[in-house]
Design a protein around this ligand. Sequence first.
Ligand SMILES: Nc1ncnc2c1ncn2[C@@H]1O[C@H](COP(=O)(O)OP(=O)(O)O)[C@@H](O)[C@H]1O
Ligand SMILES: [Mg+2]
Length: 249
Amino acid sequence: MTDNNQTPLISVRGLHTRFGSHVIHENLSLDIYQGEILGIVGGSGTGKSVLLKETLGLITPYKGEITFHNDQGQLDKTSIGVLFQDGALFSALTVRQNIQVPMREMGGVAMDLMDDLAALKIEIVGLPPEAAHKTPSQLSGGMRKRAGLARALSMDPKIVFLDEPTAGLDPMGAAEFDDLILQLRNDLGLTVVMVTHDLDSLYRVTDRVAVLAENQVIAADSVEELEKNNHPWIRAYFHGVRSRQSEER
Ligand SMILES: Nc1ncnc2c1ncn2[C@@H]1O[C@H](COP(=O)(O)OP(=O)(O)O)[C@@H](O)[C@H]1O
Ligand SMILES: [Mg+2]
């Protein structure tokens, strides 16, 4: 899916991030291409979530540039849909109301149109129509993730950022969610950036994986290429977990 000769949709250059004296990113660069599914991996606290938030404009980096290479040179708020790591749905709202939150924020959309739009999002994420009227606590973990994804798709974004979307799901639920991501990329032409610790997910869905370590993206490549990479962290990650899994089989 990825053609690296094309202009990236988003490029991050020379990014420095620090909180007080705590250095998170130092001269980090990364390109995100149209239509790709890019995985992001890295140890806990390496700044994966912060990187997503900086790209969304929610956190301002200390230094560096994040450029959107579309016609306007910038993406408006509705171009990126997000499923945050802690992105819980509003527990008092139904799935339909949750999906409609971004529409209400924008304003000017008639109620019955919002209902139709929410029903459409519910359908494309593979939830049954009656899920519209349920609150998050009435749904299974996997269904809640789908509802979160439906909310991320609320404004028909071109890009979705998913921060550990399959965390907490059993392997089957995670595999089903991965299938959905693939299907949406293929059907809607979405560009997907997905932080995940799930090696199975990385193999199933990603075109490339960016590895955060040593305050930078030390590699951004297909999993097949990363398997051949000799960096100690990458070796430990791809071979350690893989071999452990195959021993369990
Ligand atoms: N708003 C903030 N203020 C201060 N420190 C923060 C803030 N957000 C994140 N951090 C710190 O930055 C580091 C990277 O955080 P994060 O991006 O959430 O890591 P992860 O790679 O696990 O997603 C962590 O040490 C975290 O405590
Ligand atoms: Mg995180």
